[in-house]
Design a binder for this molecule. Sequence first.
Ligand SMILES: *Cc1c(COP(=O)(O)O)cnc(C)c1O
Length: 359
Amino acid sequence: MGAFSSNLRAFRALVGTGTRIMAVLKADAYGHGAEALAPVAIQAGSDAIGVSSIEEGRALREAGVNAPILLLGGIFPLENFSAALDARLTPTVASLESAQKLAEIAAKTGRPAPFHLKIDTGMGRLGVSPAGARDVLTWVAGQRTLRLAGVYSHFASADSDFEFTAHQIAEFTAVRDFAKSLGFPETIFHIANSSAALTSPAARFDMIRPGIALYGAPSVPLPTGTTLQPVLTWRTKIVFIKRVPTGTSISYGRKFRADREMEVATLPVGYGDGVPRAMFGKAQVLVKGIRRPMLGVVTMDHVMIDVTGAGVDVGEDVVLIGRQGGAEITASDWAGWAGTIPYEIFCGISKRVPREVVA
Ligand SMILES: *Cc1c(COP(=O)(O)O)cnc(C)c1O
């Protein structure tokens, strides 16, 4: 079974059948390729898909994805609710004004518009305040052209601050209880990203929305019995090799100088492909299952590596992220070298890097 399927099934085993799963495939499935992964997610038991924008949702519809798709981003301008509904994408409503606009647009279509209401319980990004949510819910309860399919929120620090996470859960629970007091028997409530879904059963409510952990790069220790596998391998090949004498400088700014005779290989990837320049002096790659250092600064289209004594030639396979032999380099290693998080590493792999689906 492919790693992505296996990770999704691991979440299913963790949360049981009573909790829905929305696989988060925004930003082209964190750079992995959303059109390829959406059918895999559904096949492996995901109930719905989350993306950010209308464009992302529409691309999945055009690729034949039939499952519910929630647009996690804000709709702007509000007229764009029409485009979302036309593509059977479920929009997020994050203010009374946007609920009213959606109702007006839905009235013209003659069909109730499904939507999810977003509550800001502490992320400070998108959503009505818990107090404001009461007004919106009360108003929505009287509307025939609207169908409140879900109410949700998002954690700010589910991987690091369990007290604040508990506070957000409490705020969200109060909104849920208020909504239930008005009716809404079909509405689902959800707040958990990967970290919360993995660490806090109380955060799971009716549905979880894992993203990063589905790609095998969780930010929290896994519960006993749960294993996740990295989904992506990034490979390249050596395109040029040279033997250089002591004192030779490598790459822009001449920041690396050979302190001995070396064999230096050139790889056809650079920051134009998503190799962060910030990894200078720290990054390694795998050649014949052994870690080899990158030499000199990352250029737009190339990086150089030390292959002294490796016995390799042009055409040799190099693993940038993934396993080779008994060794492994992960997106977390990259994030550590570049001073960022695996999310940004994945999303940074640019369009010109060909994706190949292997399972
Ligand atoms: C990105 C995102 C998620 C997934 O978060 P992970 O940390 O990748 O699991 C869930 N919900 C919303 C609203 C998001 O924007």
